[in-house]
Design a binder for this molecule. Structure first.
Ligand code: TYD
Length: 408
């Protein structure tokens, strides 16, 4: 792809050509493009951010696709920066380990800094694939073999030639980042051995429009999957969507097991039924969601402007990508939030894209206690509220922005 972005005209899951626009969040910079101080005066690239619905297979996807070379050139998301994710990955590693022996190959697509594979090392042969070079080298330095490129059918063929087929392929929070899903699913079929399984986690669109937040919409997330859409893709490639569990990651994610043979479990049937019941297969459901998003924007903006008028100090907590969708959609800047804390050292002293609010280490909260904290990393609310007990006892209030604005 030579252009910075293009308009996608077909459904990624079933290839249908008629997609219905449901929500636009305007033009936004890339949610992970944290700005260095010396670049603050330069103009930022922005791209349309909107979602569309496929009436044929219930897929929800971004209207425009940003060139991955632009999107992942300077990537700052580290799995190991989030303690709850490390915990989740270590239990996932134990589950995988119980299905493999030391000679089996486990390949992770989107292996990031190697958090999952490191937990599996020694229990099987591990191989990571991740195109974000600045992140992949971290995995390599931990001794996790990582191919710093995009997963594709061609790469799958090469891995099979050099290493043999994989017993397990894992892909967490990465399938939604891929535009040419056909090539990746074909690659999975090429790489997987007959008895193996493909285990992946994706954010569930039912969470996005229900208990979750619209802020999970950003350019990296090209697809917002229902089980209906996932099962359409599997069927097209002759794969079996064998099992599904809803896991509490990024709100609610689907942990899906795909095999080359067998039949779907009862859990698959009942989730498909639930999706129909809650309206995930109807466009009207997404239109209602779009109206709720607009209400959240108005409520949050009024609240923060009123608090600032009263002279209250407000800061952000966590600088996740989703936080930037929210800040830019509601049009907040450093006039509204003094700073944002984050546990990721790579983000410190950079500025949030678009809003240009400075990111600082969490210690700043102890020296400059704010009156209000906008919880941008709201998906970790229980852990964070517990961790910040002392701050709350001293009077700092947390504002949870989604699915509807709450103060605690
Ligand atoms: P996350 O929600 O995992 O990712 P995404 O960017 O995909 O939306 O990001 C959580 C961010 O919040 C990450 O930058 C680390 C930060 N964080 C904190 O600063 N403090 C915390 O206690 C936790 C749990 C996360």
């Amino acid at each position: 792809m030579t252009r910075d972005f293009f308009k996608r005209t077909s459904c990624r899951a079933c290839l249908a050509k008629s997609l219905t626009p449901v929500l636009s969040l305007g033009r936004q910079p890339l949610a992970n493009a944290f700005v260095r101080a010396h670049d603050l005066t330069k103009s930022e690239k922005t791209f349309p951010l909107a979602i569309e619905f496929c009436g044929r297979c219930s897929m929800v996807q971004l209207s425009h696709v940003v060139n991955p070379a632009v999107l992942f050139a300077d990537y700052h998301y580290l799995t190991s920066a989030s303690a709850p994710l490390i915990e989740h990955f270590s239990s996932l590693a134990n589950t995988i380990a119980s299905h493999v022996s030391v000679h089996d190959l486990v390949v992770e697509i989107g292996s990031n800094d190697g958090t999952l594979l490191q937990a599996l090392k020694g229990r099987c042969r591990v191989l990571g694939v991740d195109p974000a070079k600045n992140v992949a080298w971290r995995a390599v330095s931990l001794g996790v073999r990582t191919i710093p490129t995009f997963f594709s059918n061609a790469l799958a063929e090469e891995i099979v030639r050099k290493e043999g087929a994989a017993r397990v392929i894992v892909a967490n929070n990465v399938i939604a980042h891929i535009d040419d899903l056909d090539d990746v699913v074909r690659g999975v079929r090429t790489l997987l051995d007959a008895k193996g399984f493909f285990l992946f986690e994706v954010h569930w669109v039912g969470n996005l429009i229900g208990k979750g937040g619209f802020d999970q919409i950003y350019h990296e997330h090209l697809s917002y999957f229902s089980l209906h859409a996932l099962s359409t893709i599997c069927t097209r490639f002759g794969l079996v969507l064998a099992d599904v569990t809803v896991v509490p990651i990024h709100g609610e994610s689907l942990q899906v097991t795909v095999r080359k043979s067998g039949s779907p479990s009862r859990r698959v049937h009942s989730l498909l039924q639930k999706e129909r019941k809650i309206g995930l297969t109807r466009v009207s459901t997404y239109r209602t969601f779009a109206r709720k998003v607009e209400t959240t924007r108005r409520t949050l903006r009024t609240l923060i402007l009123d608090l600032r008028k009263e002279g209250k100090t407000i800061v952000g907590y966590g600088a996740p990508a989703k936080g930037n969708t929210l800040l830019n959609y509601v049009r907040f800047t450093s006039k509204h939030l003094t700073y944002i804390t984050d546990t990721t050292p790579l983000k410190w002293d950079r500025f949030a894209p678009g809003s240009h609010i400075r990111i600082v280490p969490p210690e700043r909260l102890r020296t400059h206690r704010p009156d209000y904290i906008l919880l941008l990393a709201w998906n970790y609310a229980p852990q964070i509220l517990e961790k910040e007990k002392v701050l709350r006892k001293r009077g700092t209030k947390f504002i949870i922005p989604v699915p509807s604005v709450r103060i605690i």
